[in-house]
Design a protein around this ligand. Structure first.
Ligand SMILES: Cc1ncc(COP(=O)(O)O)c(C=O)c1O
Length: 359
């Protein structure tokens, strides 16, 4: 029987097993321990940040960012339309008003439209912009930061998909008051489930760390001046993440090789300085895209349409949208292709055969 080829499965080897076993043997099985501390140091270094707080998911890191600013119904949160729902889920749960901005030709947020959206919100006191590094390609950190500064908006950088990517020489996650990475099982570096909150502000890091541990005061008994969350990353999973991080250069090279392979046969969405998390082809028509997905599926090869834009999501009907046609076109024509680190030569030739048959 042919094996199924997945979109972006975890690539776990002997080093990861050894690291997890060592963490297990150390007795630190709880959501604290030396591996968590080291994982925080390593991810902060990777993002060029002073502090990292390791948590149970990227979504939890975004939620802690919302908690830091006290996001509630008095806030407006502006995000790109083309992203995964977790970018705005925590803001939605807190009652914030959401607004969505269309993509430019890279798929990332169109900064001219963002400028318009911010100009229309001149009188809004509580304003946040979430920049997203779509499919591992950084959004325009410099321009978004400048627009936010001018508008008095908080800049949160959702680099969940972009571990290892760069923007004009800077690492992903290096911009914004707070940035987040995800280490979910489908990302290029995984802790099975996990994330980090990144910041240069000591106070922000300390408050996030405290909130992630039920906001317990530093006394022997259980004392709470506020109600927190249970978001900390486990020491076992941090060990897995550290072993994965040690392989990051190799992982990035393999993702880039996948992109080079697809680039020879299909038109791809730009991923300049990206981490190649997912290679995304942009087909000539919806029919062509759907036919390609069907042919791949017939050979048990997983593929997915690009994110369904948030302004088209039934749950967000009624939210304001700035443009939307570029994101809608990418949703119609775009297809995410198998991009796993473990994609073999045999897998590639199977995929190529299916693609050529469809074309
Ligand atoms: C853009 C984006 N933001 C946030 C998240 C949430 O990360 P997690 O799955 O670790 O909660 C993800 C990934 O799943 C994502 O793709």
């Amino acid at each position: 029987m042919k094996k199924r080829i997945f979109l972006s499965p975890p690539d776990i080897g002997r080093e990861e097993r050894r690291a997890v076993a060592a963490a297990f043997d150390s007795g630190y099985v709880a959501p604290c321990g030396p591996m968590v501390d080291e994982f925080e140091r390593e991810t902060a270094k990777l993002a060029g940040r002073r502090f990292a707080v390791a948590v149970s998911s990227g979504t939890a890191a975004i939620d802690l960012a919302m908690a830091e600013y006290g996001v509630d119904s008095s806030w407006t949160v502006i995000s790109p339309a083309l992203t995964f729902i977790a970018t705005v889920g925590p803001a939605w749960h807190r009652g914030a008003k959401l607004e969505f901005v269309d993509s430019d030709e890279t798929g990332n947020m169109d900064c001219s439209l963002l400028e318009e959206a911010l100009a229309a919100r001149r009188r809004t006191k509580h304003l946040m912009v979430v920049g997203v590094d779509l499919y591992g390609r950084c959004c325009d950190y410099g321009r978004i930061a400048k627009l936010c500064r001018r508008a008095g908006a908080v800049f949160l950088c959702d680099s969940a998909e972009a571990v290892g990517a760069r923007f004009k020489g800077l690492p992903s996650g290096s911009s914004g008051e707070i940035a987040v990475y995800s280490f979910n099982g489908n990302k290029i570096v995984t802790t099975s489930g996990g994330g980090v909150l990144l910041t240069d502000d000591h106070g922000v890091a300390e408050r996030a760390r405290k909130r992630a541990q039920q906001s317990r005061e530093a006394v022997a008994w259980y004392e709470h001046r506020e109600v927190g969350y249970n978001y900390r990353m486990s020491n076992i999973l941090a060990a897995l993440g550290l072993a994965q991080l040690r392989r990051l250069p190799e992982i990035l090279e393999k993702r880039a090789a996948n992109r080079r392979f697809y680039g020879r046969i299909l038109p791809l969405l730009d991923n300049t300085d990206g981490n190649g998390w997912l290679s995304v082809a942009v087909m000539g028509s919806r029919r062509e895209r759907d036919a390609l997905m069907r042919t791949l599926a017939a050979d048990d090869i997983e593929s997915r349409p690009v994110w369904k834009p948030l302004h088209l999501q039934p749950v967000f009907a009624g939210c304001r949208s700035w443009g939307g046609e570029v994101a809608e076109t990418l949703f119609d024509l775009g297809v995410c292709l198998p991009s796993g680190t473990s994609l073999s030569a045999a897998d590639r030739s199977r995929i190529e055969k299916a693609i050529r048959a469809s074309l």
